[in-house]
Design a protein around this ligand. Structure first.
Ligand SMILES: N[C@@H](CCC[C@H](N)C(=O)O)C(=O)O
Length: 273
């Protein structure tokens, strides 16, 4: 069977999106990983499957290129908001594994209500109780991260110069540390101006990406909790900038672009379950 797909991205974090609301597409970790492969498949940072939802306009399933299914993807949420916004008068409620979120087209881009961050150690989750605003741990020069869950788990390290960190080497070590039983997304961030952060992310199950929307949300709220910035910040990533707002006691709102690259179709027999 020929399966239509849409290739999209948010700041260079790229997705293969399948609209399976009408015709179901069986997915397995092996099929997701094969489609995401940049040499032998279509190639993407995350494979996204849209399914019917009984509590929102759509259910978004998210797979990393290693085949793992995860709870949240900020950049894909904006892409899905762009894709379905026309059908939904600009506003799309999206069910994810990490909770219900809502995307809205605005003059500044697609704004997504990403819900409330969680800082409890067992919500991250961590292997044992500890202070999540300054975890008493270090991996070489990377020390005392903030741990936060924004639908998926993040460790945020504040460093003098994020560009100088050997994230390709340290990222996988931290991602797989047993202190993070569900692994972790690894963020290194520096303050580059008032309410302005620079960020690089080693994504769990994906590696270095040009942008990570949930990483930007996690880093912004971590910086707010550390009182490094105010409640509205710009986060520069290798692929471009996102605006993150987190009003006192409220939900995180991420605003930024989403883009459609091209459409195509694949033969599902070439990607067995
Ligand atoms: N690129 C995403 C995050 C995708 C999931 C992540 N790798 C995880 O395993 O939690 C984003 O834009 O947030």
């Amino acid at each position: 069977m020929r399966i239509p797909f849409i290739k999209m991205h948010g700041l260079g974090n790229d997705f293969v999106v399948i609209d399976a609301r009408e015709t179901a597409l069986p997915v397995s970790p092996a099929r997701a990983a094969a489609l995401a492969d940049r040499h032998t498949g279509i190639g993407c940072d995350q494979f996204i499957v849209l399914e019917p939802s009984d509590q929102a306009d759509v259910k978004m399933r998210i797979f990393n290129p290693d085949g793992s299914e995860v709870g949240a993807c900020g950049n894909a949420s904006r892409a899905v908001g762009l894709l379905l916004g026309g059908e939904r008068a600009g506003r799309t409620r999206i069910e994810t594994g990490g909770g219900l979120i809502e995307a809205q087209a605005t003059d500044a881009g697609i704004a997504v209500d990403m819900g409330a961050p969680r800082f409890d150690w067992n919500a991250i989750p961590l292997a044992y109780a500890m202070d999540t605003l300054a975890m008493p741990l270090a991996w070489e020069d990377l020390e005392n991260p903030v741990a936060v869950n924004v639908g998926n788990p993040h460790a945020v390290f504040f460093v003098p110069d994020a560009a100088a960190v050997d994230l390709a080497r340290l990222g996988p070590i931290i991602e797989h540390d047993p202190v993070f039983p569900e692994r972790v997304n690894v963020n290194v961030a520096s303050l580059v101006g008032p309410d302005h952060l620079s960020l690089r992310v080693w994504e769990r199950g994906a590696g270095l990406t040009r942008a990570c929307g949930t990483g930007a949300c996690a880093t912004a709220v971590a910086a707010m909790r550390r009182k490094l910035v105010g409640r509205s910040v710009t986060v520069d990533l290798p692929g471009g900038a996102l605006r993150i707002d987190w009003p006192e006691g409220g939900h995180i709102v991420m605003t930024g672009p989403a883009t459609t690259s091209f459409e195509g179709a694949f033969d599902d027999a070439l990607y067995p379950l």
